[in-house]
Ligand binder design. Structure first.
Ligand code: URA
Length: 433
């Protein structure tokens, strides 16, 4: 087989077969297919697309490019969750104990933030002592013992995705459905769970800006999961405005604590409960959404979800005294309040602008080697649909940077205030199974 023929075939818009896709991935990981070959093929895929069988074949080849975790010795249905990434998206940290407190087993492999989207592992590391790179043995042992674990992917899993993702990042080939879907699903399938729940974000702060794109991605992800006989379901959720009020690592962890104690923001609490309901159905602990939702809500109200949260953080080395007394967390040196320049209704809080501003304040990374300031971030004081009076706070900005004036201006521009009433947006937009 010849890589140049494979590139030419895709360039001409023809369908690649499984052998050609297996050859490309195998030889690329071995270093015989070079980055310049892979770049050309990625661009051909970007421009000409891939059909369902090609996308499944690519997912399969990537999944088998490294180690596959075997969770079969742990009793019960193991469920994993993935979010396509957003601003203020701390959902996994609250959702996992909520679902585990309801009796399910959660085995989650998460990532770090890059660019305007945050990462679950970084947020967890904002809790002093918390370990997020568990050995495979510890990961499995913890799931068997307390029903849940979140860890980073080990370096020997899905090496094809690590190489390809880095190349896509520098060849303008990130945002295309077959490449996004195979990248996500190869990692989820390699982590060995029986069921996969996908939170597909839609809006300015997400990969998919529009409903048709988000729906197409969600359907593609679910179809791939089904091809591998995993119970795979997706929920399209709103990422036009940040999720909840908090954006930034410590600020988000504090919001998770408040939510698990029953007084979280309504959009975030609702997203956790709806997601938990779907995962409980996947774990066969409930028959329908309403009974599953009620089961999850009960764990929130009776304090069991918060207890489970503490048990989990302790198991991974985190200092749980911070969870009981969140005021112990460090705060940034500078806390600046931005106020409304006019009265009216909040029509938009552009998630992308807020996410980028939080990153520049120090909460995220521009490149992989950047260090994170866990205290940096933004607390919204208003959400879309709220009324605001001139001079009332729109948000608080937390930073240790000295030079933050231009970032404040950007944050101010994210808020659009209009004179007419605005309906509060739904957080859960469409369930796809
Ligand atoms: N997340 C992934 O893991 N891969 C992509 O390609 C995009 C988002």
């Amino acid at each position: 087989m010849d890589i140049i023929e494979i590139i030419a075939k895709k360039r001409d818009g023809r369908v690649l077969n499984k052998q050609e896709i297996d050859y490309f991935i195998d030889q690329y990981v071995k270093g015989n297919v070079k980055d310049y070959h892979a770049s050309a093929l990625l661009m051909a895929i970007y421009l000409k697309g891939m059909n369902h069988s090609e996308t499944v074949a690519l997912t399969n080849a990537m999944m088998h490019s490294g180690k596959i975790i075997d969770l079969s010795k742990i009793k019960g249905i193991k469920v994993d969750k993935h979010s396509t990434g957003g601003v203020g998206d701390k959902t996994s940290i609250a959702l996992v104990p909520l679902v585990a407190a309801s009796g399910a087993k959660i085995a989650m492999m998460s990532g770090r933030g890059l660019g305007h989207t945050g990462g679950t592992l970084d947020k967890l590391e904002a809790i002093p002592g918390m370990k997020v790179s568990l050995s495979e043995e510890t990961f499995k042992h913890q799931i068997a013992k307390i029903g849940m674990a979140i860890t980073g992917q080990t370096s020997d899993m899905v090496p094809a995705d690590k190489k390809l993702y880095a190349l896509r990042d520098v060849t303008a080939t990130i945002d295309v459905i077959p490449l996004i879907a195979s990248s996500i699903m190869s990692k989820k399938l390699a982590s060995g769970t029986d069921a996969i729940f996908l939170d597909v974000k839609m809006g300015s702060g997400a990969f998919m800006k529009t409903f048709p794109d988000a729906e197409q991605l969600a359907k593609t992800l679910v179809r791939i999961g089904k091809a591998f006989k995993r119970d795979t379901r997706a929920l399209i959720t709103n990422m036009r405005e940040p999720l909840g009020f908090a954006v930034g690592n410590i600020l988000e962890v504090k919001e998770v604590i408040a939510t698990l104690k029953g007084h979280g923001p309504s959009d975030f609490t609702e997203l956790c409960l709806v997601s938990a309901a779907i995962m409980l159905i996947q774990a066969k602990l409930a028959k329908n959404i309403s009974s599953a939702y009620a089961l999850a809500e009960k764990q929130l109200k009776n304090g069991k979800a918060f207890q489970k949260f503490k048990e989990w953080i302790k198991a991974q080395g985190g200092d749980t005294t911070y969870l009981d007394a969140p005021e112990k967390f460090k705060t940034a040196k500078n806390v600046i309040t931005l106020t409304a320049k006019k009265s009216g209704y909040i029509e938009e809080i552009t998630a992308l602008t807020i996410g980028e501003a939080a990153m520049h304040l120090g909460a995220g990374r521009l490149s992989v080697s950047d260090k994170i300031d866990y205290t940096a971030g933004i607390i919204l004081k208003k959400k879309v649909g709220d009324h605001v009076k001139k001079g009332e706070p729109l948000c608080e900005v937390y930073t240790n940077k000295k030079d933050y004036q231009s970032i404040l201006k950007d944050i101010g521009r994210a808020f659009k205030i209009v004179s007419w009433e605005i309906r509060k947006p739904e957080i859960a937009i469409k369930y796809i199974k």
